[in-house]
Ligand binder design. Structure first.
Ligand SMILES: [Zn+2]
Length: 463
């Protein structure tokens, strides 16, 4: 749910952000290991005496030793693993702590966390720098991968991959594609009428959202995102909470328009995800070949059944109530937010009943304080799932969703699991997160080591 961008109407969210930041000031710390340690770069790390949450199993393993070479897990053993003993081998005494896969947020907006809605239209240099700082904090919260569902993230992703700035792996969608009046159309009424082939609006110049009003236009905009490196394509198939001109009940793109995006994405070996709350928007998306439904909070039983039959993914977010309360009482947005929010429980129940492939994400926007709650939002899943189920969802299940990007996957290899041959994105947790999922709410304290791609970004052991 992309929220309000119109000037003046984001103040409640900022207020919420401010209030939450007071409660969690302790987490707004400098990342201790913002740069990867050189000692493990491309070299060997041996974790000794750790218990493993492998991303799939509901229980921890017994004591194990794990050898990471380069960016992959090479060996997992109950027996001691010999090393060459060279200076490039780093030994980590796990002391019986838990080693688990790095967390994955399946619905993130890396460019739209720390800026205000008004600032998101402003200075590109500033926006990229604050997004870089937030990306470092995201990694320091234990999130080693994010699936980005809209925003100009290509430059940030490149800077992270080149080690200019520390951050998670990013699976970018690039600009959200929407229709005139649709969710994601942040123009003002004074910007109308739109001329096809005319000057792009500010949000389009920035690559935040693109308006497309025919199958041909959808095809162009989709291909432009793919050309820039999108790993999946995001369209808004229905109305949104914060958009001024899109009531929640509306269905936006025609089936032919959605199909144009699906064809263009599939030609590139990847897929389309749509923002959709209502049965009508979800069903039209599925008819057009869309593979992933984002949100789905107003779905009904028949739609859940259809999603199960067709193997469609549900990418859900247990949105915190604080976000709903951020909209002014009596406003249209507040009413829409409450309607959507009240559907979260029903949708999770339907997802469980029909065994939908369900991914977890946060969809945090315009709030550094809420971003600091990323782990807590994951832990809040225990309203509907066991702690083990929640952790499995944020690791191996989310990784399965990422793999839908096929050849457009920017990071080929296995994510979200601790097994031989998988990419070495690992967290060393001081405690057992299955027994006490609240550990993930305080990553600064409880994640004593954070590794991404075989490199250590944080290590407080031995301090
Ligand atoms: Zn979103």
């Amino acid at each position: 749910m992309t929220r309000k961008l119109k000037h003046g109407q984001y103040r409640p969210l900022v207020l919420v952000a401010f209030l939450l930041s007071l409660c969690h000031a302790g987490q707004a710390q400098e990342a201790p290991g913002a740069r990867p340690s050189t000692s493990s770069g491309g070299a060997v790390t041996l974790f000794q005496n750790v218990r493993i949450f492998d991303g799939k199993s509901t229980t921890l393993s017994g004591p194990r030793n794990i050898l990471v070479r380069g960016n992959k897990i090479e060996r997992i053993s109950t027996d001691p693993i010999p090393t060459e003993g060279s200076a490039t081998t780093m030994l980590i005494d796990g002391g019986g702590r838990t080693l688990m896969p790095g967390l994955i947020d399946a619905h993130w907006h890396a460019m739209l966390i720390r800026v205000t809605p008004a600032e998101s239209f402003g200075d590109v240099g500033y926006n990229n720098l604050v997004a870089g700082a937030e990306a470092t904090d995201t990694l320091m919260r234990g999130f080693t991968t994010v699936r980005d569902l809209g925003g100009p993230t290509f430059g940030l992703k490149r800077a992270i991959d080149e080690h200019t700035v520390a951050g998670p792996r990013i699976f970018p969608s690039g600009a959200v594609i929407t229709v005139t009046s649709g969710h994601g159309d942040f123009r003002q009424l004074t910007d109308l009428p739109r001329t096809i082939g005319g000057m792009p609006s500010r949000m389009e110049q920035l690559g935040g959202a693109m308006v497309a009003d025919s199958p041909d236009e959808v095809r162009v905009r989709t291909r432009e995102q793919l050309m820039q490196g999108a790993s999946q394509i995001k369209l808004t198939a229905g109305g949104g909470v914060s958009s001024p001109f899109s009531p929640v009940d509306v269905t936006t793109f025609t089936e032919a328009e959605l199909r144009a995006a699906v064809e263009a994405a599939e030609n590139w070996g990847t897929y389309v995800a749509t923002h959709a709350f209502t049965p009508a928007a979800i069903q039209r998306s599925i008819a057009a070949g869309v593979k992933v439904i984002e949100h789905g909070m107003l779905m009904d039983e028949a739609t859940a059944k259809l999603m199960a039959e067709k193997g469609i993914w549900l990418s859900m977010q247990p949105i915190p109530e604080a976000l709903v309360l951020g909209f002014p009482v009596g406003s249209v947005q507040r009413a829409k937010a409450e309607e959507v929010w009240s559907g979260i429980g029903t949708t999770y129940e339907l997802a469980k009943k029909y065994k939908l492939k369900t991914a977890w994400g946060t969809d945090v926007l315009f709030s550094r304080a809420l971003a600091q709650q990323q782990g807590a939002i994951l832990a809040s899943l225990t309203r509907w799932y066991t702690p083990a189920e929640a952790l499995i969802m944020a690791t191996s299940t989310n990784a399965e969703l990422l793999a839908l990007s096929g050849k457009r996957n920017p990071y080929p290899g296995k994510l979200g699991v601790v097994e031989e041959g998988a990419l070495a994105d690992l967290l060393l947790v001081d405690g057992d997160p299955i027994a006490n999922i609240k550990l993930i709410e305080d990553p600064a304290k409880n994640f004593v080591l954070i590794m991404k791609d075989g490199k250590i970004y944080k290590n407080t052991l031995g301090r």
